[in-house]
Design a protein around this ligand. Sequence first.
Ligand code: PGA
Length: 240
Amino acid sequence: MQILTFKTTEEIGAAAGKLFVETVQNNPKAVLGLATGATPVPTYEYMAKEYENGNVSFKDVTTFNLDEYCDLPKEHKNSFYSFMVDNLFSKIDVKDENINFLDGNVEDPDAESKRYADAIINAGGIDIQFLGVGRNGHIAFNEPADEFTDEAFKVKLTDSTIEANSIYFDDIPMPRYAMTMGIGSIMRAKKIVFVATGSSKAEAVRAMVKGEVTPSCPASILQNHPDCYVLLDEAAAALL
Ligand code: PGA
């Protein structure tokens, strides 16, 4: 892991965004692994600005998002799909048909998992994957568990995750289940850009970087990834 510490979230967004933009400049057909939540917003702002300034085009990229809530219509304002449209897709020239999401409303999660795994393989694998982290060390919605997962699956969200994300739900209760990419799929990405900001992530970052590799801190598996950037602000890096 290459650990870098920054003063502001804007600086982190620029550093992470640059890694994505450079990947697309070098390979206009790059496959991008994307995430939702507060953490990637400055990165997406940087990418949108670079597109607006004519420095990069996303017209031939393919995207795969990490996760999606179950039992929530895709078009609902709190779906991760809507988040991506609002924060990135509506601001760049990515094509709709190249955007991939897990479907949280399927009757057969196992078939959906297989469909997503096949789609990633058919796209040639993920070139660069953005990752945030939960306060409990989760990556995507891989919650602390007894073993590391491989492909996508349907997960029951933990109380910690529900507490952290409930703030975004003002009209309906937050879903209790989600479809998430598995740890194996994440680890097969050629490059990983991990970002954590704020003191609420400090313990998860410490366990991830300094602790043993264990599924009780899913992010700790990143110690085994050959090309993983860890971009932190000082609050998130405080326990290192
Ligand atoms: P956040 O979520 O970016 O909103 O803090 C990160 C996560 O739960 O993975």
